[in-house]
Design a binder for this molecule. Structure first.
Ligand code: C2O
Ligand code: CU
Ligand code: CU
Length: 481
């Protein structure tokens, strides 16, 4: 039997060096430029056309200064930075990414959450091959949905993501739907497991890591453990996009001193009726949250914090709130009169119904380690499951283990329609959602994107140890792929 203990980590809490607050008066952008997203360095768009973007990425080893007052970490990176550069497009844009693998091992880029054509999904299955060392592959697709997405390899995923291969991809709404905010800001939250010398700790050498996934001992926000201080003008309102790129750690985020409304998740912005104030958000690995953020009434300093469990001096497990970013009121700045998120994008969600398919997540100890399974198969073994394109499926996902699994489906969005044992709080379209130990849930999806799509737990050690399957969506006739 697998145990259900809570992984406890001693966190190396950063020295808390303060970064310069970003200037609020940013220089004006040219008319056709994409909106500015603070927090990450954007990549340069090489296509001058207004409805197309072209980017060049390479995967390569590079030193990354992740931890303050420590030697740089020998990372694997997209374009020599951790996270990789911010990729952006407008919904409907033609996107070209020329990707070269400069690593010594095969890799790919998967566009997590983006409903791209199957052959652009960056997985290694069927006809789809990995990009060999030295090889170049061009990814090309139309950005189908507005929202906050991310990209990462899909080969030895636990190792390659942990070493630094991940980045955010923002697909902007057309102007009318975009929130009216003082700033649009990205937070890529991660943890990394470093050894005593400050190097990336070896992989696959500990049983806890195989079982619960790899938990880091340093928290990184946009590639650093430094805590940035943001100055807010009176009345300032921002849009925050948060993605959890950790291997295994579900992030519990709190907002002391802030007034926060969740306005979207994986599949973009929600209409007002679905947006609600939040004091805490649980963000499973792979998932995204979109927030509308203001300083709370009367508060002059605040933070975005992550709750982690640690051992105190008596070896008791305690909760600590680690600040990821600080917010301070600067009363000398001009008062903002921005309205925030007021648009009402349509959200035609699917209803519950009898299950048309069941996916059972399980696992067992086997000689030499742990094997995780979906419907009793450990990847690359998998069940044959074919659905016709466009068919509504209600999938019952059953967790037979005591540990949680962030469930992820490629190529489509789904709606969580019911859960046992807890209320459904899964407004909007998702591609990743948490299934707790011994629980079950039903998700509804219309398989409208044809091809062979992966289904897996996003705890990367579970995925790599077998908890992955696939569904074949047969193109309907008259539909060209
Ligand atoms: Cu983040 Cu198979 O995906
Ligand atoms: Cu994915
Ligand atoms: Cu799992």
């Amino acid at each position: 039997m697998l145990c259900r203990c809570v992984p406890v980590v001693a966190l190396v809490v950063g020295a808390g060096a303060c970064l310069q607050p970003p200037s609020i008066e940013a220089p004006p952008l040219p008319d056709d430029a994409l909106p500015r997203v603070e927090g990450l360095a954007p990549i340069e768009d090489e296509d001058p056309a207004i409805d197309a973007v072209a980017y060049t990425l390479s995967a390569r080893a590079a030193d990354a200064e992740l931890v303050t007052n420590a030697a740089p970490v020998q990372a694997w990176t997209f374009n020599a930075t951790v996270p990789g550069p911010l990729l952006q497009a407008r919904v409907g844009d033609d996107v070209t990414i020329v990707f070269t693998n400069e690593l010594a091992e095969p890799t790919t880029i998967h566009w997590h959450g983006m409903r791209v054509p199957n052959e652009m999904d960056g997985v290694v299955e069927g006809e789809m091959r990995a990009v060999a060392p030295g090889e170049t592959f061009t990814y090309h697709f139309i950005a189908p949905d507005a929202g906050t997405f991310w990209f990462h390899p899909h080969v030895r995923t636990n190792v390659q993501i942990e070493r630094g291969l991940y980045g955010m991809f923002v697909v902007h709404e057309r102007e009318a739907d975009a929130p009216d905010v003082d700033a649009d800001r990205a937070f890529v939250v991660d943890d990394i497991s470093l050894d005593d010398d400050g190097d990336i700790a070896p992989f696959g050498v500990n049983m806890m890591e195989d079982m619960h996934g790899r938990f880091g001992n340093a928290l990184l926000t946009n590639g650093s453990d430094a805590v940035a201080t943001l100055s807010f003008a009176p009345g300032q309102v921002e849009r925050w996009r948060i993605v959890n790129t950790a291997n295994a750690r579900t992030m519990i985020l709190r907002f002391p001193g802030l007034s926060v409304r969740q306005i979207g998740a994986d599949g973009g912005l929600w209409p007002q009726i679905a947006c609600s104030p939040k004091e805490e958000i649980e963000l499973p690995v792979g998932a995204r949250a979109e927030l509308e953020v203001r300083l709370a009434e009367g508060s002059t300093s605040a933070s975005l914090s992550s709750v982690v469990l640690a051992l105190d001096d008596n070896d008791d497990v305690v909760e600590i709130e680690v600040p990821l970013a600080e917010v301070e009121l600067d009363a000398t700045l001009e008062t903002s009169s921005r309205a925030g998120h007021t648009a009402n994008p349509t959200l035609a969600l699917l209803d519950d119904g009898p299950a048309t398919h069941t996916l059972t997540l399980s696992g067992a100890n086997v000689p030499g380690g742990i094997e995780f399974t979906v419907n009793d198969f450990a990847w690359p073994e998998h069940e044959d499951w074919t659905v016709p394109q466009g068919e509504l499926q209600i999938i019952e996902v059953v967790n037979r283990l005591g540990m949680e699994h962030p469930f992820h489906l490629h190529g489509q969005f789904f709606q969580v329609v019911s859960r046992t044992g807890e209320a459904v709080d899964d407004t909007g379209w998702r591609d990743t959602t948490l299934l707790r130990g011994q629980q079950r849930m039903r998700i509804a999806t219309r398989f409208d994107n044809p091809g062979m799509w992966m289904i897996h737990c996003h705890i990367l050690e579970h995925e790599e140890n077998g908890m992955m399957s696939m569904v074949m969506v047969e193109p309907s006739s008259g539909h060209d792929m």
